[in-house]
Design a binder for this molecule. Structure first.
Ligand code: UTP
Length: 408
């Protein structure tokens, strides 16, 4: 892209300041900045104009979950169906590891965090150990697709290689990178991270399927006959991956997606809850839950919006392909964004200073026709690590690991 074309593109979005240092850059820096301007989608920023309207929900009603008692009664039947699918190579796992993990505050990718006490136990290792249990039970390797971002790809791939994938077969581990989006100040002006680089951040976990396709990984999914993808977050160190009972129940119920859920521990717990929105499956985020919904009861007198999602979904690949062309809503998130100040000095703020733009995997659910919320025992399968201490932290996850007999 030429300087003139870059200038025109930026002007359309009111972002000409991005070329502020252009004249002082070296030739390679100039071309790297022009290339970045060329490949960046600035249109995401225009959603700031509609910020107040973003995330408006339709009419919410309850979506009953398959609860533990019902699952227990049919467990062996579901397990058999699930194991058959896994043995036939129909199930793949997708690890969403492109996030920045800013709340944890480590410079390394979150999966490299060591939660061990008497020995090293890395988050990636915990996840792979869990997946290995199913690999052993099924007697077959499950393809593990790992999504990274520009910010952590090299560190993630080198770490896993150095650790020999914690015993996973390297032929079954595939990496792909997600897209990035520009990050702005509160006025919607893109920050510069370097004189020759705009600040960008991963564009949320909702673009995983598109990114998988762009990277050519979807071809592998087709060639190897994978029909179901179990998408999961990097931070839940207790979660079961490619859990045969969950796989079996989702197949048996003939739905387009299964979603693992837990009973909320308080009506105002900060997890999204499964529901129907205008008659279609959906998730209401905790900050969208009105008092009325929070206190609503079902016919048994239980809370009507009782089941929180834990970011562990089993998607039917053919259903995802049908919704691929649909645009997911954009979420504007306040975050701490490193930037160059007026003097050209690099700053690393301690508090949020601007916006990132993200699409979220939970919005994919609403595009699909049917969903099975599948309850799991909270203390056995839900130990997310978002923070260093307090709620959903390294500390709370360690306690839960110990409770489940995992030596740390
Ligand atoms: P979180 O919502 O916890 O975000 O991600 P985060 O960026 O990791 O952490 P904070 O908010 O900065 O502290 C939930 C899951 O989605 C993945 C994360 O890696 C995690 O597994 N994710 C998030 C992506 O893969 N890409 C993204 O752009 C965002």
């Amino acid at each position: 892209m030429t300087f003139e074309a870059a200038f025109e593109k930026l002007k359309t979005y009111g972002q000409e300041h991005v070329l502020k240092y252009y004249d002082s850059l070296s030739d390679s820096e100039k071309s790297s900045l022009l290339e970045q301007i060329d490949s960046t989608d600035f249109s995401v920023i225009s959603c700031l104009e509609r910020k107040g309207e973003l995330g408006k929900k339709g009419t919410i009603s309850p979506l009953p979950a398959m609860q533990i008692e019902e699952i227990e009664a049919q467990k062996e039947h579901f397990r058999k169906t699930g194991l058959e699918a896994i043995k036939a190579g129909k199930v793949g796992a997708v690890l969403l590891a492109g996030g920045m993990g800013t709340r944890l505050g480590s410079d390394d990718p979150k999966g490299m965090y060591n939660i061990g006490i008497t020995r090293e136990v890395f988050i990636f290792q915990r996840l792979i150990d869990n997946l290995m249990e199913v690999v052993k039970e099924a007697g077959t390797w499950i393809p593990l697709y790992v999504m990274t971002s520009d910010k952590n790809h090299l560190a993630t791939t080198s770490f896993l290689k150095e650790k020999e994938y914690f015993g996973y077969h390297p032929d079954y581990v595939f990496f792909f990178q997600q897209e990035m989006a520009p990050a702005t100040d509160y006025q919607g002006k893109i920050f510069l991270e370097k004189p020759y680089k705009m600040s960008t951040s991963p564009n949320g976990n909702g673009g995983w399927f598109i990114s998988m396709d762009r990277a050519g990984i979807l071809d592998h999914v087709h060639e190897s006959g994978v029909e179901w993808l179990n998408v999961f977050a990097v931070d839940n160190v207790l979660q079961r991956i490619a859990d045969p009972v969950f796989v079996g129940a989702t197949i048996e119920k003939n739905v387009e997606v299964g979603s693992k859920v837990v009973k909320k521990n308080a009506p105002d717990e900060k997890v999204g809850v499964m529901c129907l929105e205008d008659g279609r499956p959906s998730i209401v985020e905790y900050y969208e839950l009105t008092d009325e919904l929070m206190n609503a009861k079902d016919e048994n007198g239980d809370p009507a919006y009782y089941f929180g999602v834990i970011l562990n979904y089993l998607f039917k690949v053919s259903a995802l392909e049908e919704i691929m062309a649909k645009q997911l809503p954009l979420h504007v998130v306040e975050k701490k964004i490193p930037y160059l100040d007026e003097q050209g000095e690099e700053q690393k703020p301690d508090t949020p200073n601007g916006y990132k733009f993200e699409q979220l995997v939970l919005d994919m659910i609403h595009e699909l026709n049917s969903c099975l919320p599948f309850e799991v025992v909270r203390n056995r399968e839900f130990a997310p690590i978002k923070n260093k201490t307090g709620v959903d932290s390294v500390e709370s996850a360690r306690r839960l690991c110990e409770e489940n007999g995992i030596v740390l």
